[in-house]
Every structure is written in C-alpha cells, then in structure tokens.
Write a protein that binds this ligand. Structure first.
Ligand code: ZN
Length: 148
C-alpha cells in the first residue's frame, strides 16, 4: 500500500513547477550519491508557508517524497514546517517521532529508513524546504546547497 502511495506521487507529482509567482526564496539541493537534483521555491505570507513548489530530476524516491512533502507542509506556519521536517528526519533515522501522523503521505517513506543509501533521496525535499525557510529568514534571495 505504501508502495502505491510512493508510485502515485512519482507518476502524478503535486506542486511540481519550475517557477512560483511572488517567490520569497529559492534553493537548489542535490544528492550526488544518487544524482538527484531539486529546485524548491516558497512563498511566505506572514508566518505562514503560502506556497511551495519543486522541480527536479532524480530517482522515484526523491521526487515522490518531495511531492508528498509539499502536500503535508503547504499552508502551515513556518515553525511548524521546520518541526515537521525534523520529524521526517527522525523517522528516516528509524525513530517514531510524536507527530509522525502529521507527515501525511510522508509516512509512506518510513520503510526507506531501512535502506541507508536511499535515505538522502527521501530527505532531499524536506531538507530543501527547511533550507528555503532559513534562507527566507536570513534575507538571502537565493543560494545553493549541496548535501553530501
Ligand atoms: Zn535518489
């Protein structure tokens, strides 16, 4: 069943776009181990994540996880998004974080924690949205980060 959720997000990604009207921050993340590339853009309204879109190339796990992430975090307060990103990271390290249910379809990637080589793929979108919020708060219009 979880496999179906992942495939569904891969085949019909949500919030996949190469541009975002009124974007407040744009980050580029890559995962050289697998060859995943991702551009992620956010628009902020007050303290709320008004919109988040991603665009990229890479394995099914990285792209599907980013799609699920955008659905889980869109419209939430920025601090809440950062906390959920941390919950997802803990889940990818084999833990059962308290807000795991709020990861929505992100929970489908729990099994990926058993495959260390794929963990960075699943984390890519979640780390990108965290970085985008920190970039927004730091006042940088755009910057690039490579996760190794
Ligand atoms: Zn990958």
């Amino acid at each position: 069943m979880y496999q179906d959720i992942i495939l569904d997000h891969y085949r019909k990604p949500h919030n996949r776009a190469g541009e975002l009207e009124g974007e407040d921050a744009h980050v580029h993340h890559s995962n050289p181990l697998c060859g995943d590339e991702m551009d992620l853009r956010i628009r902020v309204d007050g303290d709320r994540l008004d919109a988040v879109v991603f665009d990229g190339d890479g394995c099914s796990i990285s792209q599907a996880s980013a799609s699920a992430m955008t659905q889980a975090v869109g419209g939430r307060d920025l601090d809440d998004v950062l906390d959920l990103s941390e919950q997802f990271r803990l889940m990818m390290h084999g833990e059962e974080p308290p807000r795991i249910d709020e990861l929505e379809d992100g929970i489908a990637f729990q099994g990926v924690a058993k495959f260390p080589v794929r963990v960075k793929c699943a984390l890519l979108g979640w780390m990108a949205v965290k970085d985008a919020i920190e970039t927004y708060r730091s006042g940088d219009a755009a910057h690039a980060v490579t996760h190794e």
